[in-house]
Design a protein around this ligand. Structure first.
Ligand code: GAR
Length: 194
């Protein structure tokens, strides 16, 4: 069974990252989060920092493209990263990284892809669209990342039923609870495949 050195990319509160770290600490997965990269200073960096995991803010706005890429590659290589997880990361990963780590990058999305994905579809916008479409089910998807938004092969999905009077807010809460289980489960599936 494989144990991955994980790098997580985040843009927000990092509750999915926290859930993955906790699964690892409890021994539910054998992989370890070694590096966290954010595109700006966000609260999700606090928990890994407390645990002594290396964190970095790498922002395209603050550096040239070559430097932007070089900083990330150096960090990924320094920690021998062999699995990247996007955990509420709202930017596109540079294509060079997508290609270098092809088949080794996962994303979590809060709806049943291929529905309700694509550019601009993140967070509450997704839940709003699902409720407005009158869907019977939603639920998180963990999928491999390729060059397009929310497009790669699906690894795992869990369905959540919408109830009468469901709002985007209640749906977000329900789906997020499931997200906090499914990401570690998906990593475990990959560990077992190796
Ligand atoms: C999660 O619901 C995740 O599925 C979503 O952002 C949230 C991040 O929460 N990602 C997307 O919408 C990607 N298209 P977190 O920062 O608390 O983990």
């Amino acid at each position: 069974m494989k144990s991955f050195s994980i790098a997580a990319y985040i843009s927000g509160s990092g509750s999915n990252l926290r859930a993955v770290i906790n699964s690892s600490l409890r021994g539910n997965i054998s992989s370890k989060v070694r590096l966290v990269i954010a595109n700006k200073v966000v609260s999700g960096l606090d928990y890994p920092k407390e645990l002594g995991i290396e964190t970095a803010v790498v922002s395209r706005e603050e550096m040239q493209r070559t430097e932007f890429l070089k900083v990330q590659i150096e960090l990924l290589e320094k920690h021998n990263i062999d699995l990247i997880i996007l955990a509420g990361f709202l930017k596109k990963l540079p294509l060079e990284i997508v290609e270098k780590y092809s088949g080794r990058i996962l994303n979590i999305h809060p709806a049943l892809l291929p529905k309700f994905g694509g550019k601009g579809m993140h967070g509450m916008a997704v839940h709003k669209a699902v409720v407005e479409a009158g869907e019977e089910f939603s639920g998180p998807t963990v999928h491999f990342v390729d060059g397009k938004y929310d497009n790669g092969e699906i690894l795992l999905q869990i369905k959540v039923r919408l109830i009468e009077g469901e709002t985007p807010e209640t749906l977000q809460k329900k789906v997020l609870e499931v997200e906090h289980k499914i990401y570690a489960e998906a990593i475990k599936l990959l560990e077992e495949r190796e």
